[in-house]
Design a binder for this molecule. Structure first.
Ligand SMILES: NC(=O)c1ccc[n+]([C@@H]2O[C@H](COP(=O)([O-])OP(=O)(O)OC[C@H]3O[C@@H](n4cnc5c(N)ncnc54)[C@H](O)[C@@H]3O)[C@@H](O)[C@H]2O)c1
Length: 344
């Protein structure tokens, strides 16, 4: 396997691991990364043609529900996975969430290697070690930490992604850099102009590693990375996932700008460009206020007596606590409406 760029190191309390940049586009190389390949159903025909046996996962929000975990665990058992196994996961954030969770509980835990295939997963979710599992209609309600032993990135997977999926990944990437501060954001904007995505990925991952190493378990700094997510998750769930995750976060970042009154013009312009590059016209159905607020209220990041929001402040972002009442909910929803009006 050819090395495409130098590796990065993640030194987390739940495990130290490396992010390698290797040429693994050919499915025949996947078996060399572990004992059993678990992949997005999208890649199964390619793997089968190459003679590689796989365990398939449907990359849908339904596919990463708690209810969907029992069939996955049974499938692992059926395919002969045991305590000596080492899983190789090939896919985007959904496959990552499913394999993180399944690998952590199967026979009390088996090791795994992750090959992210979406830009969102390469730039953001592949490091951090979290699983996020849906329960009923509640997104990412349960989860745990079980990082892979190694992450292997090959940007050739990006060639088959839709414009919306590319914009979704870039939205999460710019969010990480904006949250770190003006230098990281300026470097992101400069690297965004380059055609080769590896330098941009190395910058974004190095920035996220800073958050993970300083606050792996979301006690303080890492919580800032929820910027855009409180609106984003509620928007996703209340529109039946009309837009990819990262783009919902991009709308959420603009809503947070609207709520805070802090202009953040460069971030607004970039997030709007990403959204418009994916959808010239808004793909969102008319907003359903009560559905949106129901999921907004259920966000696990809120406190018992106040809503917790991440909003722009100075050159970066800050966490604020606001009263849990109808007046706040009206402001939150109005900010979302204004954001959508400014984007499209
Ligand atoms: N656990 C975490 O830390 C974390 C962080 C961020 C997001 N997430 C979760 O990740 C999920 C979103 O993941 P995602 O955006 O990576 O996409 P995804 O896994 O939902 O996949 C999106 C679509 O792209 C397809 N696809 C995947 N790779 C492809 C490729 N190379 N070419 C063509 N099609 C391809 C999939 O089959 C699917 O149809 C959400 O459920 C989100 O909640 C988890």
């Amino acid at each position: 396997m050819k090395e495409l760029a130098p590796p990065l190191e993640v030194r987390s309390q739940s495990g130290a691991y490396t992010v390698q940049f290797l040429d693994v586009g050919d499915p025949r190389s996947w078996s060399g990364l572990g004992t059993h390949v678990v992949c997005d159903a999208y890649f199964v025909p390619r793997a089968t043609d190459a003679g590689v046996t796989t365990i398939a996962i449907e990359a849908t929000e339904q596919g990463k529900t708690l209810e969907a975990m029992a069939p996955v665990v049974l499938d692992l058992r059926e395919k002969g996975v045991n305590r000596d196994a080492h899983l190789v996961a090939i896919g985007g954030g959904v496959v990552q969430d499913v394999v993180t969770f399944a690998a952590s509980i199967f026979m009390r835990g088996v090791p795994w290697t992750y090959v992210p295939t979406t830009l969102m997963a390469m730039a953001d979710s592949c490091i951090g070690g979290k699983s996020s599992i849906n329960v009923g209609t509640f997104k990412n309600l349960v989860g745990n930490f079980h990082p892979p032993r190694t992450v292997v990135i090959d940007t050739s997977f990006l060639k088959t992604l839709s414009a919306a999926e590319i914009a979704s990944g870039l939205s999460e990437a710019v969010k990480i850099c904006f949250c770190k501060g003006k230098d990281a954001f300026a470097t992101y904007l400069a690297l965004y102009e380059k055609e080769d995505r590896i330098p941009l990925l190395r910058h974004v991952l190095a920035t996220k590693i800073w958050f993970i190493e300083i606050d792996e378990f979301d006690k303080k700094e890492r919580r800032l990375l929820n910027f855009g997510h409180t609106w984003g998750h509620a928007l996703e769930a209340s529109t039946d996932y009309a837009i990819p995750h990262g783009l919902a976060v991009a709308v959420g970042m603009i809503a947070a700008i609207e709520l805070s009154g802090v202009a953040s013009e460069e971030l607004f312009a970039h997030a709007r460009e990403l959204l418009r590059s994916a959808f010239a016209q808004s793909p969102l159905p008319p907003l359903d206020r009560s559905r949106f607020l129901k999921t907004f209220r259920a966000d696990k990041k809120h406190k018992t007596d106040s809503y917790r929001l991440i909003v722009p402040q100075g050159d970066a972002v800050a966490e604020i606590s606001v009263p849990k009442d109808e007046a706040t909910e009206a402001k939150v929803f109005a900010a979302l409406e204004r954001a959508i009006g400014r984007i499209w």
